[in-house]
Design a binder for this molecule. Structure first.
Ligand SMILES: [Zn+2]
Ligand SMILES: [Zn+2]
Length: 227
């Protein structure tokens, strides 16, 4: 299942659970999800010329936002449906007086960083590289480092420490090689939180960079940062 489809699946399941809390358990629909997956089930539901019983139940609960139709219309799922399918959903929702929320742009912050595609991550990281205000680097404010830049540096390193060039010493809980992001010139020393100034190191080399500032190491990392 593709990432987007997975997210759609989760959104639908969340909607069902929320409806369940309000006293309406869409058992038939859940059965369909079991048979066809959330995407398949949603397509079946919205292809019917009349609205489902579930839809009218949600309408009575004043929670049409939980309906399959409303979830389908979320802008992030646009690519999963045809124009006709979306038009059908819109028509039914409008017919029941549902006020469509303004089409929002996909909010990137809602996507876990690890799930962002390489190309998009590169774009964001480079953008943040320019835009981010300077932040101080210290163990306390580490969270203020731009997480997109850190993730980008790690992915760019492809599991290999950029200093010693050995593979990451272990995999994290998600099976991703463990590396740490590091600013070649520390932020407290005027370094930027940018693509060029961020590299990925194994924990040993990371310590080393903070303890012995060997100029040759710094030079080597600078080269890697600007690749
Ligand atoms: Zn290393
Ligand atoms: Zn560091």
């Amino acid at each position: 299942m593709e990432e987007l489809e997975k997210r759609f699946h989760k959104a639908i399941i969340d909607g069902c659970e929320e409806a369940g809390k309000l006293g309406y358990r869409p058992s038939q629909f859940l059965q369909m999800i079991g048979d066809y997956g959330a995407l398949g089930a949603a397509k079946k539901v919205i292809s019917k010329s009349t609205v489902t019983e579930g839809f009218t139940k949600l309408w009575r609960l004043k929670r049409l936002d939980l309906s399959v139709e409303a979830i389908v219309l979320r802008s992030e799922y646009k690519s999963l449906f045809s124009e006709e399918e979306r038009a059908m959903c819109k028509k039914n929702l409008l017919a029941f007086g549902y006020e469509m929320p303004q089409e929002e742009e996909l909010n990137i912050e809602d996507i876990p960083i690890e799930d962002i595609e390489d190309e998009l991550l590169e774009k964001i990281a480079k953008q943040h590289s320019i835009e981010k205000p300077k932040l101080r680097e210290s163990t306390v404010t580490q969270r203020d480092r731009d997480p997109y830049l850190a993730e980008y540096a790690k992915r760019r390193a492809k599991g290999i420490c950029q200093l010693c060039e050995n593979p990451a010493p272990f995999m994290n809980e998600k099976g991703v090689p463990y590396l740490e992001s590091h600013h070649i010139v520390e932020l407290s020393e005027g370094g930027e939180d940018s693509v060029e100034n961020t590299v990925a190191l194994c924990p040993n080399c990371h310590r080393k960079m903070h303890i012995v500032k060997d100029l040759r190491d710094v030079q080597k990392l600078k080269k890697k940062g600007s690749l």
